[in-house]
Design a protein around this ligand. Structure first.
Ligand SMILES: *Cc1c(COP(=O)(O)O)cnc(C)c1O
Length: 376
């Protein structure tokens, strides 16, 4: 019996090989006589697990030496507060700018308002004509030449993959070209982290909750340039001060040891698959197959502008929405799980993260075709 294909947006599918390795090591990690859950985080076993996870991630993403890799807690939601608490005090202006492109960036923007003078640099929250297409709010991404970045902002924040809206923007500009050479770009990359390379020359920091594409819930990966560390506001909790976390090797307090261990197994799985370039090529192939099918169909539709469609999260609608519940129950029966769209958008959403192979996307397309044939 084959395992069902899991299209959840998060927590989401993990590679079967990783789950099987974790199962095999559950009661005795590599002859230690202990489960990873039962080890002291300061002992030699877990220290090795942490060190390998950091080194593998650095290698996978070619993270430059002037960036720290931190494992934190609280998810990307906590980072919405942790980022301003750490960065807004970098200069004396107390300002930060945000690009609004959907649900997650809006949440980041709202939370940041508690910590300083926060402005919108650009927003896709209105209708826009792009080329010959009329785009509704949050289905497009503001072009960098329209961004208004204050040169004295402590940072500019954007969400590079809006998990709910299915909008992905990876063409990060050099902020010097926008008249803001001293403003670092801060990116919430939660839902496409490890799906494609990252150009660290363009960013000051990125963060990602692991449970989308990198591991289980409970650990947040932060990759932050060293010069941005050490400016935390006095109100910043010590455990959330990047300086403390970096200095303690992500062990300022007890880290989420099991989540780090599983994320570490995912990093090794990615390396075995040929690294991020190979994984990206597969992700492009998967996304092209699915969007290509949706575009050719009269029965389904996707509303996102083609230039910024997410390779990871594919929201789509049945033109006849009265068929939605039937669609979901038939999909479920076919072993195609968790396709229901987010409640704020409706319709369906297929999240096709790294752990969903081309074969899973193919199985989804086959089902979409059959359902259309029966009900179209
Ligand atoms: C899921 C998600 C979040 C929130 O993550 P939590 O772990 O629930 O805090 C934030 N940003 C993006 C882009 C996400 O996909």
């Amino acid at each position: 019996m084959t395992r069902p294909w899991n299209f959840s947006a998060g927590p989401s599918a993990l590679p079967l090989e990783v789950l099987e390795q974790a199962a095999a090591e559950m009661t005795d990690w590599q002859g230690s006589g202990m489960s990873v859950m039962e080890m002291s985080h300061r002992g030699k076993h877990f220290t090795q697990i942490r060190d390998e996870a950091v080194a593998d991630l650095r290698e996978l993403l070619s993270v430059p030496q002037d960036f720290e890799i931190l494992f934190m807690q609280g998810g990307a939601t906590a980072e919405n507060a942790i980022v301003p608490m750490n960065l807004i005090g970098r200069n004396n202006a107390g300002k930060a700018d945000y690009i609004l492109s959907g649900s997650w960036s809006n949440k980041s923007y709202k939370e940041a308002q508690r910590y300083g003078d926060i402005a919108v640099a650009a927003s896709s929250g209105s209708d826009e004509r792009i080329e010959d297409l009329q785009q509704s709010p949050w289905t497009w991404f503001p072009s960098p030449d329209t961004w208004k970045v204050r040169p004295d902002a402590a940072y500019l924040h954007l969400c590079s993959n809006e998990t709910i809206g299915g909008v992905e923007f990876n063409d990060w500009p050099d902020l010097a070209d926008l008249g803001a050479p001293d403003v670092p770009l801060v990116v919430d990359a939660s839902s496409h982290f490890l799906s494609r390379p990252i150009d660290f020359s363009k960013v000051g920091m990125i963060y990602a909750g692991a449970q989308k594409n990198a591991g289980p819930a409970g650990v947040t990966v932060v990759v932050v340039r060293k010069d941005l560390i050490g400016h935390a506001l006095p109100i910043c909790p010590s455990a959330f001060d990047y300086a403390n976390v970096a200095q303690a090797g992500s062990m300022f307090n007890t880290p989420p040891t099991y989540a780090i261990y599983i994320a570490g197994l995912v990093f090794k799985w990615l390396k075995r698959r040929g690294g991020i370039a190979a994984v990206e090529a597969e992700n492009i192939r998967k996304a092209e197959a699915l969007y290509g099918f949706l575009d050719r169909s009269e029965f389904y539709q996707n509303a996102v502008h083609p230039s910024v469609r997410s390779r990871m999260n594919v929201p789509f609608f049945l033109k006849d929405e009265s068929l939605n519940s039937r669609f979901l129950s038939e999909a479920d029966a076919r072993g195609l799980l968790q396709l229901k769209g987010h409640k704020s958008v409706g319709g369906m959403r297929a999240s096709i993260y790294n752990a969903v192979p081309f074969e899973g996307v193919q199985a989804l397309i086959t089902f979409l075709q059959e359902f259309e044939r029966q009900h179209g």
